[in-house]
Design a protein around this ligand. Structure first.
Ligand SMILES: Nc1ncnc2c1ncn2[C@@H]1O[C@H](COP(=O)(O)OP(=O)(O)O)[C@@H](O)[C@H]1O
Ligand SMILES: [Mg+2]
Length: 336
């Protein structure tokens, strides 16, 4: 194995993405700040590699043509459409360039939460009962038990998710679905609400060698768990620590932790995630761990993103986390 690699970095910076007319107010939530991109480069350099920013789109292709990197550290969410996260990895595959994180198949499937749920469910992993609606008329055929949770089917980073995303009746659900259909212009995923504790599980590796890095519990300070929604607004307030208690190792019985970690790892494997990922899990009304979603490009903002908080809780420094992701990718490419 070579000591030092020339590693290209791809991501989408908030400052480069222009919101379009009619976009939802949180349309840029998935994208990154320069500070995260710089932190990744610094971590790669501490690990003895050279890290350089490739930009995105045509700029990325030009940078690659000028000098072909040994590996790309890819956390670009992509722009436009439900397959947006596949654009960079598919281009890299076309060019024969190794890259970190999941492949296009996993990225597309995980983006579309209902498809991800069908897949994990068919692998025996518990996930809340659900329905997908494209118009209000479909609500009359709904056979879910309230409370119900509504979210855009193909977004992430808590986009469209607020304290009122949990509703107790059809009368409350109608205006919520109308709002989501209008703002996000895509179907709405309805799920039975899991009233129990919430967890996030960080995972490293690929296939059978995938393993849990650690899990965190996300506990509201002021509301009971059966009312709690981990919304973007909550996490983005400057004093989020006054509202949320994020603990790693998680605050729960060892048997619950084992159940949560098992569900997360099984879902990660079922969706064929690679190198790194984060799985959101919540306990249902009977206290059983249920899969909510897989994040194959988990946020990696130092000291803030759930994955970096989990790593810190497990005694893994930020540079060590980034180096592990690179090493997981290298293990998949013989000779790299
Ligand atoms: N079925 C559900 N039951 C209870 N809470 C849910 C459910 N679905 C989502 N949530 C809440 O909404 C948050 C965001 O939902 P999630 O599916 O993880 O989407 P995102 O991609 O936006 O993070 C979760 O962390 C959780 O607090
Ligand atoms: Mg989530």
């Amino acid at each position: 194995m070579r000591e030092s690699l020339d590693i290209g970095i791809t991501c989408n910076l908030k400052r480069d993405v222009r919101a379009r007319d009619g976009d939802a107010p949180d349309a840029l939530a998935e994208y990154d700040d320069e500070s995260t991109r710089d932190a990744v480069r610094d971590a790669l350099e501490r690990a003895g590699h050279r890290g350089r920013f490739l930009g995105y789109g045509e700029a990325m292709l030009d940078a690659i043509r000028a000098r072909r990197p040994d590996l790309v550290f890819n956390f670009a969410e992509g722009i436009g459409g439900r397959c947006r996260a596949t654009h960079v990895p598919a281009s890299l595959e076309m060019l024969g360039i190794p890259y970190t994180h999941a492949d296009p198949l996993c990225l597309a499937v995980s983006q579309e939460k209902a498809i991800a749920k069908r897949l994990v469910q068919s692998n025996g992993v518990r996930t809340p009962r659900f329905a997908v609606v494209e118009d209000l008329a479909q609500l009359s055929e709904l056979s879910l038990t309230f409370p119900v949770f509504a979210k855009p089917v193909g977004e992430g980073s808590s986009m469209g998710i607020q304290a009122d995303s949990r509703v107790d009746s059809l009368d409350e659900l109608r205006p919520l679905v109308t709002r989501l259909l209008t703002l996000y212009r895509e179907p709405v995923l309805l799920e039975e609400f899991c009233p129990g504790a919430e967890f996030s599980v960080g995972i490293l590796g690929t296939g059978r060698s995938a393993r849990v890095l650690g899990a965190s519990s996300i506990t509201p300070v002021a509301v009971s768990s059966d009312r709690f929604v981990y919304s973007r607004a909550l996490k983005e307030t400057a004093d989020w620590r006054a509202h949320l208690c994020i603990e790693c190792p998680p605050r729960c019985a060892p048997s619950v932790r084992a159940d949560v970690e098992r569900v997360a790892l099984e879902a990660y494997r079922a969706l064929e995630c690679r190198d790194v990922g984060r799985v959101d899990v919540r306990l249902d009304g009977e206290g059983r761990a249920s899969f909510l979603e897989l994040n194959p490009l988990p946020g990696i903002s130092p000291g803030f993103s759930d994955l970096t908080l989990i790593a810190a809780g497990m005694g893994v420094t930020y540079p060590a986390l980034i180096e592990s992701i690179v090493n997981e990718a290298r293990a998949r490419y013989p000779g790299l």
